[in-house]
Design a protein around this ligand. Structure first.
Ligand code: HEC
Ligand code: HEC
Length: 388
């Protein structure tokens, strides 16, 4: 299963592909033509560079009676007639299919974007995460994540997860009652579900778990049939599940090694481990609580892949994450997965830490208050967390 899945993961898909029996193959809209094109850093299953960021959008209605819309602007199309651009999201946006992250982010200090968003419209991007260790995350029982949520509330004196400055996360409860564990917004409960969504959303390969997206340029397009069988999706899942987990590799140099060990202590002391908890259940060294945290206004990013309902009251199941909420990313493998944060805006580990706001703000301040030697030790510790 895993060997067959590896082939599918590395396969360059084409329109009318011979492996896509019954369907239209790649596209008509897609973000890349193979899984490994994005997930290739340090081998099949790794993270990906900024060039392969995926652009998501949210449009909130300005008049009552209109429905909110959200989804992905696909970077590519098999033919010009299907090509999606920002102008399909809103007529005041340019006919551009693949904006760069810099087009979408306010410039620090002057707070304007090169691309102004029309009222009610929000564009953001997602950077490709690495998949090493995904099997272990898949196997974590929901109750372990709920236990983390309860513990953070207790520690914070029964605070609710809408507090802006304490590390009190919430489990992502999906409409069907399961807990979301995968994705930057913890929007998906299982590895197989995510694989099916990725096949459809990234490559335009419709399958029994997820229809391929309808091109914004031609919403009436209907594919001749499904591109993938359930078995092919299970093979892809089996391949990802076969990837080794990340490792903690201490430096050879004894001085650096001692400093990294001290850095680990500092990581706990300044409060990083409140969210980046070393263990979840039996999974050791993951450095995440898998909970959603409010990370402040600068990190807001709406839009989604799976079109869940837009966020409503925080306590309701299935309402999705708020724009400022993100799942604590596991830090295992972090030394090998730059750039950082949901859209890859941070080139280095230090930048990623400095961009923590909201519930991460206190811990960021304590990090910045350390002397430069201690900050360096903490970074040396993070640098021991490598891809397998
Ligand atoms: C265009 C780049 C791109 C391609 C191609 C791509 N992915 Fe991804 N992948 C992403 C991004 C971006 C995310 C994060 C999405 C999110 O969280 O909203 C992701 C997330 C994932 C995750 C969840 C990881 C986690 O820990 O949350 C899985 C599993 C995955 N992809 C599998 C696949 C498979 C299988 C394929 C091929 C069918 C594929 N991806 C193709 C960019 C890509
Ligand atoms: C309130 C919970 C919380 C605390 C406390 C916290 N983090 Fe984070 N961390 C997050 C979340 C959530 C993200 C993802 C934010 C995003 O992508 O926009 C993140 C992202 C990161 C990343 C980028 C990872 C990646 O794969 O892109 C690093 C590195 C990191 N944190 C390190 C730290 C360190 C070091 C500390 C302590 C100084 C810390 N964090 C404190 C929640 C937290």
């Amino acid at each position: 299963m895993a060997a067959a899945g590896k082939q599918l993961f590395e396969h360059e898909w084409e329109p009318g592909d011979q492996l896509a029996l019954g369907g239209d193959g790649l596209g008509p809209v897609f973000n890349a033509s193979s899984c490994v094109a994005c997930h290739g850093q340090g081998g099949s299953g790794g993270g990906g560079p900024l060039e392969f960021n995926v652009t998501t959008y949210t449009v909130r209605p300005l008049k009552s009676g209109e429905e909110p819309r959200e989804g992905v602007v696909h970077a590519q199309a098999v033919q010009a007639e299907f090509k999606e651009t920002l102008a399909h999201v809103h007529p005041h946006l340019p006919p551009q299919s693949q904006p760069s992250l810099r087009d979408l982010l306010p410039i620090p200090g002057c707070n304007v974007r090169t691309l102004p968003f029309p009222q009610g419209v929000h564009l953001s991007q997602r950077n490709t995460p690495a998949l090493f260790g995904a099997k272990l995350i898949d196997e974590i029982p929901d109750r372990e994540i709920i236990a983390k949520e309860r513990r953070q509330r207790l520690v914070a004196g029964l605070a609710t997860p809408d507090v802006e400055d304490l590390p009190v996360g919430r489990a992502s409860r999906l409409a069907d009652g399961r807990i979301g564990k995968f994705g930057w917004k913890a929007q998906t409960a299982s590895l197989l579900d995510f694989v099916q969504a990725a096949c459809a959303n990234e490559l335009g390969l419709g399958n029994p778990g997820q229809d391929q997206p309808k091109p914004l340029a031609q919403p009436s397009y209907a594919p001749p049939g499904l591109d993938l069988t359930r078995e092919q999706c299970e093979q892809l899942s089996a391949f990802i599940a076969s990837l080794q987990r990340p490792v903690e590799r201490l430096q050879d140099d004894p001085v650096k090694r001692a400093q990294a060990e001290e850095g680990k202590g500092l990581f706990h002391a300044v409060g990083c481990a409140a969210c980046h908890t070393p263990d979840v259940g039996d999974v050791k060294g993951i450095y995440s609580d898998l909970l959603l945290h409010r990370m402040g206004q600068d990190l807001e990013g709406g839009g989604s892949y799976n079109e869940p309902p837009l966020p409503g009251p925080e306590s309701d199941a299935g309402t999705g994450a708020a724009p400022g909420e993100w799942r604590t990313p596991p830090l295992w493998g972090v030394a090998s997965s730059a750039p950082y944060l949901h859209d890859g805006r941070a080139a280095t580990l230090t930048e990623a830490i400095k961009l923590h706001g909201g519930q991460g703000d206190r811990s960021r301040q304590r990090f910045e208050a350390l002397n430069s030697g201690d900050r360096q030790k903490l970074i040396l510790f993070l640098e021991t967390l490598e891809a397998p």
